[in-house]
Design a protein around this ligand. Structure first.
Ligand SMILES: NC(=O)c1ccc[n+]([C@@H]2O[C@H](COP(=O)([O-])OP(=O)(O)OC[C@H]3O[C@@H](n4cnc5c(N)ncnc54)[C@H](O)[C@@H]3O)[C@@H](O)[C@H]2O)c1
Length: 296
């Protein structure tokens, strides 16, 4: 397996932009691709802002930031991934959409390249099955936001080789992350445990047990979590949470994973959380009042 020098990241949303940032700061050449040109512009801005925040805390120098930004290349042409040694996919949490991408990546990337998915829940074995290199396909699940969170969960598909696992683990460690390894069952470790908690928080709200504020305060102060489960769901994206719960429900076949109707309704209404301005909480009010305060 070749030494990893160039990393391709597909999907420039919350996760892909953070993974691209991590890779660029840690000395890799990075190609960042998105189907939506606006997402690439937003990603470039959010990466620059995030790097400047780290600089203001004394965690990065301006020289490191300048070098990292020079190594980061945005593209909308998958052919640019021909030079990639390692690809991380962070597009929509849909098996069909991800499989289509893996078919294309398998054709375009060099034979030695590892194809990793940042999926939160979808079977790595099934994504690998559409390629001619299932032994080089793996799950590399970063937490949100990737530059800050310490964990990378690695998921071995049925055919993932030891060589692929070791190369992925080394890469995660070069990013400064701690690795845990999961077998390939829906939701892996973190979301298998986290999503039922978030779903139960929705049921608690749906059945009128308590207000959203009290549910979040109860879990924050009562179980020492930095964010309440509803606030966390907004941060992750309610659409992402719903997709993961559907994968858990279908993959593990237990009714306890069925998504709460309130979560389904919020997503149907376009309330996807922070990224859409409204989810369980309304962030538009916050930004309006912040802007008003800034004007005063
Ligand atoms: N949000 C989280 O907290 C979180 C945490 C860990 C893992 N994940 C996983 O990471 C992945 C991405 O999640 P996200 O929150 O960054 O989503 P997001 O909606 O913020 O970003 C997804 C991006 O992918 C792009 N995209 C979609 N289909 C594409 C395609 N075929 N080709 C190129 N670009 C395409 C979209 O334009 C969008 O910019 C999902 O699989 C999700 O389950 C999310």
């Amino acid at each position: 397996m070749e030494e990893v020098k160039t990393i391709g990241v597909v999907g420039a949303g919350q996760m892909g932009s953070g993974i691209a940032q991590l890779a660029a700061v840690n000395g890799f050449q990075v190609w960042l691709l998105d189907a939506d040109p606006k997402a690439l512009t937003m990603a470039t801005n959010s990466i620059s802002n995030s790097l400047q925040r780290l600089a203001s805390k004394g965690q990065l120098s301006q020289a490191v930031i300048g070098d990292a930004l020079k190594r980061l290349h945005c593209t909308s042409n998958l052919k640019d991934f021909g030079t990639a040694d390692f690809v991380v996919e962070a597009i929509a949490e849909s098996e069909v959409v991800k499989k289509n991408l893996f078919v294309e990546l398998d054709k375009i990337t060099k034979a030695s390249a590892i194809l990793a998915s940042n999926t939160s829940s979808i079977s790595i074995t099934r994504l690998a099955s559409v390629t001619n290199r299932p032994h080089q396909v793996i799950g590399m699940h970063f937490m949100n936001p990737p530059p800050i969170m310490k964990l990378v969960e690695i998921i071995r598909g049925a055919a993932t080789s030891d060589e692929t696992y070791n190369a992925t683990k080394s890469l995660a460690e070069r990013f400064g992350k701690t690795v845990v390894c999961s077998k390939d069952y829906s939701g892996f470790i973190v979301n298998r445990i986290l999503m039922p908690m978030i779903n139960e928080a929705f049921f608690t709200l749906y059945t009128g047990v308590a207000t959203k504020e009290d549910i979040d305060a109860g879990m924050k102060l009562g179980t020492n979590q930095p964010m309440g489960p509803l606030e966390l769901a907004d941060f992750i994206g309610l659409d992402v949470c719903l997709s993961i719960l559907r994968v858990l429900h279908a993959g593990l076949g237990d009714a306890k994973y069925a998504p709460c109707p309130l979560l389904v309704q919020y997503v149907d209404a376009g309330r996807c959380g922070r990224k859409s301005g409204v989810g369980v909480y309304d962030y538009r009010q916050v930004s309006k009042s912040t802007k008003q305060a800034a004007r005063l």
